[in-house]
Design a protein around this ligand. Structure first.
Ligand code: HEC
Length: 108
């Protein structure tokens, strides 16, 4: 019984941890990414949508954090229809992880 209780507590703690992470990701997105990638990740005239985005869906966390932290501008640009490139972002490891999880969620 005691053991069951302990694992129930552990599951609860884990659950609220991932919830906190998801909320963080949403907050990072809202303040740093939304101006270009749009409300709810739907894209704008400046940057591609996150929702249904094949690259975000299939890329590894490493590939995504490279794009986010190093940017993708000039010759590296993939989309010619957007005038600007992806500017390198200054995010902590935690913020980067959280925003990647948030984007993966929006992309699927
Ligand atoms: C100033 C506008 C701007 C901001 C702010 C911005 N992005 Fe971007 N982002 C872009 C543009 C433009 C591209 C497309 C670049 C290209 O042509 O390859 C892009 C591309 C991306 C891609 C690759 C998408 C693909 O389909 O290849 C990811 C991932 C991404 N951005 C994540 C983020 C995250 C996360 C944030 C916030 C922390 C963010 N971006 C903030 C403009 C922006």
């Amino acid at each position: 019984m005691k053991r069951m209780l302990a694992s129930a507590v552990a599951v609860l703690a884990l659950g609220s941890f991932s919830l906190a992470l998801a909320q963080d990701g949403a907050a990072v997105y809202k303040s740093k990414c939304m101006p270009c990638h749009g409300p709810e990740g739907k894209g704008t005239a400046m940057a591609p949508a996150v929702v249904g985005n094949q690259f975000i869906k299939t890329a590894s966390d490493q590939e995504l954090s490279d794009v986010i932290l190093k940017g993708r501008e000039g010759a590296a640009k993939k989309y010619k229809q957007y005038a600007i490139g992806m500017p390198a972002q200054k995010l902590s490891d935690g913020e980067t992880k959280a925003v990647i999880a948030y984007m993966k969620d929006l992309a699927k």
